[in-house]
Design a protein around this ligand. Structure first.
Ligand SMILES: NC(=O)c1ccc[n+]([C@@H]2O[C@H](COP(=O)([O-])OP(=O)(O)OC[C@H]3O[C@@H](n4cnc5c(N)ncnc54)[C@H](OP(=O)(O)O)[C@@H]3O)[C@@H](O)[C@H]2O)c1
Length: 249
C-alpha cells in the first residue's frame, strides 16, 4: 500500500518510451517506496534518464517470446520481488495504418499488426510473469486497456482492429485473473482505461475532446498508481477508468 515500506519491491514498466509508459516510469522513480524500477522498451534508454543511478534499470526488448522470457528473469535480483507491473504497449495508428472507419477498410496485415502490439505482446509479458512470482508475493499488475474495448459501450462502431484487440486483451486478463486466483492469491490484475491522454497515440483524434478531458500523461500515471494502491487482491480482474469508475464489459 502507498506509504508502506516495500524495500524489496521492484516496479516493472513495459513500453517505457511511450507517452503513458514514460510518465508511469517517472512517477515510480519519484516515489521512494520501491527499491528499483525496471523499464522495458524497444528503444534505448533516453539520455536524460541516465543520472537515475541504480534505482533505474533500462532493458531493451524486441518483444519476441524469447526476449520477454529472458528479460522477465533478468528483472529481479536475489531477494527482490515484483511489487508493481504496468504494461503500456498499444498502437492505434502509425505511418502504415489508421483505425478503420468502415469494415470495408479492414486489411489483414494492419489488423495483425494492431493485434500483435495490443494483444499478443502484453499477453506474452503476463505469460512470462509466473517465472518470477512466488505464491505469497503481493503484486499489482495493470495493463493499459481502453474503454473502446468494452463491447457493451460500443455505440459508435468503427476502429475495428483496435476495439477487437482491447476486447481480446480484456479476455486474456480475465482468464489470467481466474488462474492467478489459486496460484498467486496476493496478485491483483487491473485493465486500465486512462481516458484520452495527450500522447502520440491520441494526437490525430484530440479535436473532439471536451475541455478538461484531455489528460496529461503525468496525471494519468498518478491516477493509475493510486488505483493500484487502493485495490485489494480479490482474484478478480478490475476494468476501471482513470477516476476509479468501473467500465462495463
Ligand atoms: N493516449 C490515449 O488517449 C489512450 C486512451 C486509451 C488507451 N490508451 C492505451 O494506453 C497505452 C499507452 O498508449 P500511449 O498513449 O502512451 O501511446 P504512445 O505514446 O504511442 O505509446 C505507445 C506504446 O506502445 C508501445 N509500442 C509501440 N509500437 C509497438 C509495437 N509495434 N509493438 C509493441 N509495443 C509497441 C510503446 O512501447 P516502447 O517503449 O517499446 O516504444 C509504448 O509503450 C496503449 O495501450 C493505448 O492503447 C491510450
Amino acid at each position: 500500500m502507498s506509504g508502506s515500506a516495500e524495500n524489496d519491491g521492484v516496479v516493472l514498466v513495459v513500453g517505457a518510451s511511450g507517452g503513458i509508459g514514460r510518465a508511469v516510469l517517472l512517477y515510480y522513480l519519484a516515489v521512494a517506496e520501491y527499491a528499483r524500477v525496471v523499464a522495458v522498451s524497444r528503444g534505448e534508454r533516453p539520455a536524460e534518464l541516465a543520472p537515475q543511478g541504480e534505482r533505474l534499470s533500462w532493458l531493451v526488448s524486441d518483444y519476441t517470446e524469447a526476449s520477454i522470457a529472458q528479460l522477465v528473469r533478468a528483472t529481479l535480483s536475489d531477494g527482490e520481488r515484483l511489487a508493481r507491473v504496468v504494461i503500456c504497449n498499444g498502437i492505434l495508428h502509425n505511418a502504415e495504418l489508421e483505425p478503420e472507419k468502415s469494415i470495408t477498410r479492414l486489411n489483414a496485415s494492419a489488423m495483425h499488426e494492431v493485434l500483435h502490439a495490443n494483444l499478443v505482446v502484453p499477453s506474452l509479458w503476463l505469460a512470462a510473469l509466473p517465472q518470477v512470482l512466488r505464491g505469497s508475493d503481493s503484486c499489482r499488475i495493470a495493463v493499459l486497456s481502453a474503454r473502446v474495448g468494452s463491447i457493451g459501450d460500443n455505440r459508435l462502431g468503427g476502429w475495428y482492429s483496435y476495439r477487437a484487440s482491447k476486447a481480446a486483451l480484456n479476455m486474456v486478463l480475465k482468464s489470467a485473473a481466474v488462474e492467478f486466483r489459486r496460484r498467486f492469491p496476493q496478485v491483483k490484475l487491473l485493465a486500465f482505461h486512462p481516458g484520452t491522454t495527450d500522447t502520440g497515440l491520441s494526437k490525430p483524434f484530440q479535436r473532439g475532446v471536451a475541455p478538461g478531458k484531455l489528460f496529461t500523461p503525468a496525471f494519468v500515471a498518478e491516477r493509475l498508481a493510486t488505483l493500484l494502491n487502493q485495490l485489494e487482491p480479490d482474484g478478480e480482474l478490475s476494468y476501471l477508468a482513470w477516476d476509479g469508475a468501473e467500465v462495463g464489459w
